[in-house]
Structure formats: C-alpha cells, structure tokens
Design a protein around this ligand. Structure first.
Ligand SMILES: *[C@@H]1O[C@H](CO)[C@@H](O)[C@H](O)[C@H]1NC(C)=O
Ligand SMILES: *[C@@H]1O[C@H](CO)[C@@H](O)[C@H](O)[C@H]1NC(C)=O
Ligand SMILES: *[C@@H]1O[C@H](CO)[C@@H](O)[C@H](O)[C@H]1NC(C)=O
Ligand SMILES: *[C@@H]1O[C@H](CO)[C@@H](O)[C@H](O)[C@H]1NC(C)=O
Ligand SMILES: *[C@@H]1O[C@H](CO)[C@@H](O)[C@H](O)[C@H]1NC(C)=O
Length: 316
C-alpha cells in the first residue's frame, strides 16, 4: 500500500513527540502541563508554542534553531532563572510578537529581544532591574506587563525610552518611589498600584496626552506630593488614588468619569476640585469616598450644578 500525497497538499509542520499539534491548527504546538524539564526541539512552521505549567529550568538556543516562524512563545509557570537563558536566544525569533514568561524566577531580562515584539509579559518574577538597553528599539511593543517584581525607580530609569508604540504599561506591585519618566506619548493605560510612590512631579501627565486610565492605589501619596493641577488632563477617564494618605480631593479635569478615593484621610469636600478648571459641569459618574472622614453633611449645596451624573459612595 502506498500513501499518495499530492504535491498541492499543504505542508504540515512536524510536531515534537512530547507535544500536540491539532490537525485543524497544525501551526500550534501544545506542550503545556506535561512535566517537561526541557523545551522540546521546535520544528519549523510552528507559530504558536505553549509551554506553560512545566518544570522547565533553562532555555537553550539550539531548540529554536528552526523556529523562525514563531509568533507566540508562552513559558508561564516554569522555573526559569535568568542565568539559565542562553545569550541571544530570543533574538533569532525574528517574527516573535508575544513573549510571556510570567511566574518564573527571572532576576533580569537578557536582551537582545526580537524587534517584532508587540506584547511582553514578565509578571511575578524577581526582576530587580531593567537596564535602559534591554528594551531599546522595540518600536512595535504596545503592551508591557511587569507587575509583581522588585523593580525600583532607579533601576528602571530610561528603560521605556523609545518604546514609541507603547499603549499599556503595568508596573504595579514593585518598589517604585515615583512614576517612570520617558514614556511614549502613545500611552493610554498606566497601572502603578502597590508601590511606594509619595509624590507626582508637576506636569507629569502633560507628557502623556492620550492617557485614559491611571491607577496609583495602595501607595503613599499625600497632599504635599500632589501639585496643583497635576491631574488636569482632558483625556483621563479613570483615576484610582484609593488607599493613600490624601487629606483633600485633588482637582480633576471635568472629563473624568471614575474617581476612586476610598480609604484616604479626606476630611473636606471642595466643589472646585471637580469644576474648577473650566467651570463646565463634570462628567463624573462614580466617585468613591468611603473610608474617609466625609459624611453627607459635609457635601456642599452646589453639587447638583457641578456633578450632575455622579453616584457617590460615602459609607465607611
Ligand atoms: C533544522 O532544520 C535542518 C534542515 O531541515 C535540519 O537538518 C536540522 O536538524 C534542524 N535542526 C533542529 C534542531 O531540528
Ligand atoms: C531561583 O533562582 C535561584 C538562583 O538565582 C535559585 O537559588 C532558586 O532555587 C531558584 N528557584 C526556583 C523555584 O527555581
Ligand atoms: C512593526 O509592525 C509593522 C506593521 O505590522 C511591520 O510592518 C514592521 O515590520 C514591524 N517592525 C518590526 C521591527 O518588526
Ligand atoms: C477650594 O479650592 C480652591 C482651589 O483649589 C481654593 O481656592 C479654595 O480656597 C478652596 N475652598 C475651600 C473652602 O477650601
Ligand atoms: C487645564 O488644562 C487645560 C488644557 O487642557 C488648560 O487650558 C487650563 O489652563 C488648565 N487649567 C489649569 C487650572 O491648570
């Protein structure tokens, strides 16, 4: 018996023995949850590689020798340490768009990285630094997830310079003293919860003219660290300053829709915080003030003129 395969038959990539490449999705190689201690050799033609939830400790360049078609590389929940990543291993993956190495044991990220990356996620590692050359030239990177590491303001200084397509940056749950500088003016989302930020530099948001979502909850902000007008940014829709140490409501732009201020030390309600900049009425729909020192009796009579749409939370 001879199996005849016509020459027009599409070329189906081979699959590593340890993994699964579904017949209807042959460019994906599923190697997740298999107790693997190593990365299997990746045949050419594979575009999507799933290696999460294994016991992988190192990344050797040889397994990717023919993997130049790779678009996604998912390595979450393994035991990879920085010193066990062979130098230059990612650089050869010239089409790689998504690199996920969440919940591993990385202390630093070894460049160079493929210039084709558009999304990189390194959540829950032990990264303590991000030298400025690491991310240099990643002009297509739009989303960068760095939460749950040990980064400090000093060790990430300059790291984001030149990421000219960056839209989403999450640096929550690190050891940052201030919001990072040098971020591209394309940024729309900045999450910096659970750090040790005590002040914001005057004019900081003027360099982020399309920012829509800003979260700085669970930090150490005080009134003294919030310069007048620092949140006067007309693109901003959501501002989360909950779980800080503010005593008054900062002035916000009338376009803001959600303002979270619960669990601070706020003891006065000044209507000009909401309608001070232009005098126009505010678009605010959610205002959380619970966990402060304000009761209904502290609310000024002008509220219906300025805050027409708001649902307010005051209960402790
Ligand atoms: C890469 O492909 C070449 C040519 O098909 C082959 O000779 C070589 O063994 C492959 N390397 C690996 C690591 O699979
Ligand atoms: C993490 O890396 C350190 C060395 O940098 C090593 O001592 C430790 O065993 C590693 N932990 C895991 C879970 O792999
Ligand atoms: C960036 O993306 C564009 C559009 O998808 C693409 O043409 C270009 O080659 C990419 N740049 C790099 C360095 O991969
Ligand atoms: C309310 O805030 C404005 C501007 O921030 C200030 O000029 C004014 O004195 C404040 N009013 C009260 C009663 O604190
Ligand atoms: C608020 O920002 C606008 C520009 O968006 C500017 O025209 C206005 O003067 C600013 N107001 C204050 C009080 O900073």
């Amino acid at each position: 018996q001879v199996l005849y395969i016509p020459s027009t038959y599409p070329v189906i990539p081979r699959c590593a023995l340890e993994c699964d490449c579904p017949f209807h999705f042959p460019t994906a190689m599923y190697c997740n949850e298999r107790n693997l201690h190593f990365i299997p050799v990746v045949p050419s033609g594979i575009k999507y590689l799933y290696l999460q939830n294994n016991m992988i400790q190192d990344i050797k360049a040889s397994v990717f020798e023919n993997a130049t078609d790779l678009l996604w590389l998912i390595l979450d929940r393994n035991h990879i340490s920085s010193e066990n990543i062979e130098k230059g291993v990612f650089e050869k993956l010239v089409h790689l768009e998504k690199l996920f190495i969440n919940y591993n044991n990385l202390t630093e990220l070894m460049g160079p990285l493929p210039m084709s990356l558009n999304e990189m996620s390194l959540i829950g590692n032990r990264l303590s630094k991000l030298p400025s050359e690491t991310l240099v030239g990643l002009e297509n990177l739009t989303a960068l997830y760095l939460e749950g590491n040990e980064l400090t303001s000093q060790t990430i200084s300059g790291a984001f310079n030149g990421l000219k397509s960056l839209v989403y940056l999450d640096i929550s749950n690190n050891n940052l003293k201030e919001l990072p500088l040098g971020i591209s003016n394309s940024l729309e989302v900045l999450y910096a919860d659970q750090n040790i930020i005590s002040s914001i530099s005057s004019g900081y948001l003027q360099n982020l003219p399309v920012l829509q979502y800003l979260r700085i909850s669970h930090n150490q902000l005080t009134d003294a660290g919030v310069p007048a007008g620092v949140f006067n940014l007309s693109s901003l829709l959501e501002l989360d300053l909950s779980f800080n140490n503010l005593q008054s409501i900062p002035e916000v732009n009338e376009n803001l829709e959600n303002l979270y201020l619960q669990v601070n030390n706020i003891n006065k309600f000044n209507i000009s915080s909401f309608c001070g900049f232009s005098g126009a009425s505010s678009r605010l729909t959610h205002l959380r003030l619970d966990g402060n020192h304000i009761t209904r009796r502290d609310l000024p009579l002008e509220i219906p003129m300025c805050l027409r749409r708001v649902t307010m939370f005051l209960i402790d």
